[in-house]
Design a binder for this molecule. Sequence first.
Ligand code: FE2
Ligand code: FE2
Length: 289
Amino acid sequence: MNATTHPTPAELTITPRDRRFGREAATPRLWHGGRVEATAIYNALSTTFPRGEAFFVESVRAFRAGAPAKLAEEIKAFTTQEAIHSREHDAFNKRAELSGYDLRKLEAQVEKRLAVTRSKPPIVSLAATMALEHFTAILAHELLADPRHLQGADQETGDLWRWHAVEEIEHKGVAYDTWLHATRHWPRSKRWKVKAKVMLYVTRNFLVDRTAGALELMRQDGVTGFTAWARLLAYLWVQPGMFRKIAGAWLKFFLPGFHPWNEDDRALIRGYTDRQAGQQSGRKVRRAA
Ligand SMILES: [Fe+2]
Ligand SMILES: [Fe+2]
């Protein structure tokens, strides 16, 4: 570890928030402000979560034996959070299907990627999880830091994404710390090489698969060809430009002293918690009036 590394904060507690979204009413098909490309990319992401996050949990838990007590506790809380995320995104995906989308092609692609990784030694699955959890954490950070990403979104669905983002930030160190523990006897150079190689591999697949997935869903909305590409790429890379905006944070992963908590973004979690508390007391006051 070098001087610039900030490990997981000692006083951080990972708190599963067992919430349910969208059970009361149907979700509009184009829930993201009526925009085909915005709805498509978030739906494509959501399609990966139920299977993907179950895979993260299994990959991390395979290395929990012998973990220090604090890490063991964090793995437990991480498992609970991801299990609830899977449940909520599964429910969300079913609502997307009810509104007419066919997600089978996207799901099959997720299965295919996971099968390839599972066919390799368990440490590769842990490395892939650690890389994808960095991805999720920087997406979550950007989503919460800039409200424009969810501007115009259906309230309940926006809430689902904000809740998920908060918990991704909260547990962003778990897979990484498990990786550090599992590879503690490796030379630093080997650790870096595997980490970098796996990150490049999962990034390529992430970009290719999510783009293809979003284009497939746009096709189901009747938007195809050059128009579909142009609208999707503009949305992802220009305005609001989620992928462009996370590029810097993505690059930091390759720095020698990298740790997810070098970026202490707990203020985003506090902001969310405060807003939730404000909304709840607002509801109580209205009920009392
Ligand atoms: Fe998650
Ligand atoms: Fe996660």
